[in-house]
Ligand binder design. Structure first.
Ligand code: 15L
Length: 280
């Protein structure tokens, strides 16, 4: 008998690629799911799931959807590099609406954060979950903001959060960077399952990467406390993908890859860290 949450679980961004992975996985486990997205849900719904089309910018709509839910899996909003004006509505106002709903329902939030919240860390570094945010785009900045919103709601209102800093969650790794950053759909789904079922999570961070030998970048997160370990790996594709690099020095220097080099306008490479030679 698998464990199921006592209360229904709200999933935002249900119609996206990762949303659908969760609908299949959690629906298959018999979880009661309240699904929402601004786009229609393109697949058949599992038993025990209901879908409502809604905009994250509609705060009252989010409160209604969250009624009676014990957890909110927040995957909705802009999920790639976008201009500031496209990010602010769904990702800034939207995450506020999610946290207000969580506060009212005393629900836990599992927030789909991203490696792009720390994208300007160098690939030669090994960073813990308490590292500095170094966002590489307005999108990455919105993920850092969402995590900080979660901290505010934890200290002020006792709302628990798991911030999942997703690496590259795709069906297969396709380049050298993903030999480190790849997160299989299966590892992702199990990580979210544990984030909901773990008895208490406080305000936790998980690095979202599979068991990849090249994943030396990220360490010291809450996986042990939450009972999650990745089991898949990109390693089988090392020979095939090790040479698949962009040739762009900025893209290859930083963890965030192409998100760092997009619209990059420095004339000279940045010194390491925030203050270069004076870094502490
Ligand atoms: C992300 O956060 C994006 O949602 C996804 O499209 C990829 O770009 C991924 O990061 C990545 O860094 O590979």
């Amino acid at each position: 008998m698998t464990e199921t949450p006592a209360k229904p679980v709200l999933l935002t961004g249900a119609s996206g690629a990762l949303g659908r992975v969760l609908v299949r996985h959690l629906g298959g486990l018999g979880w009661k799911l309240v699904l929402t997205d601004i786009a229609p849900f393109p697949e058949a719904l599992p038993a025990g799931a209901a879908f409502t089309r809604a905009d994250l910018e509609d705060g009252v709509g989010m409160l209604r959807l969250a009624e009676g839910c014990g957890a909110i899996l927040h995957l909705g909003g802009a999920s790639t590099d976008q201009p500031f004006e496209k990010v602010i509505g769904p990702n800034i106002r939207g995450v506020y609406h999610v946290y207000e709903a969580a506060r009212r329902e005393k629900a836990r939030v599992v927030f789909a954060s991203s490696n792009h919240s720390i994208g300007f860390h160098e690939r030669t570094e090994s960073i813990g979950a308490d590292t500095q945010f170094l966002p590489d785009t307005y999108y990455g900045l919105s993920k850092a903001y969402g995590e900080l919103m979660g901290r505010l709601y934890w200290f002020k209102h006792g709302v628990e959060s798991v911030f999942v800093r997703i690496g590259s969650a795709t069906p297969e790794p396709v380049n050298a960077r993903m030999l480190a950053s790849w997160l299989s759909y299966g590892d992702f789904a199990r990580m979210i399952e544990r984030s909901v079922l773990a008895p208490s999570v406080g305000c936790s961070v998980l690095w979202g990467a599979s068991k990849n030998a090249r994943m030396t970048w990220w360490r010291d997160d809450a996986r042990q406390a939450l009972g999650w370990e990745p089991i898949d790996s990109a390693d089988g594709l090392t020979a095939q993908l090790a040479g698949v690099v962009s040739g762009d020095p900025v893209e290859e220097r930083y963890m965030g890859g192409a998100y760092c080099s997009t619209e990059y306008s420095r004339a000279e490479p940045a010194p390491p860290g925030l203050f270069g030679e004076n870094d502490v």
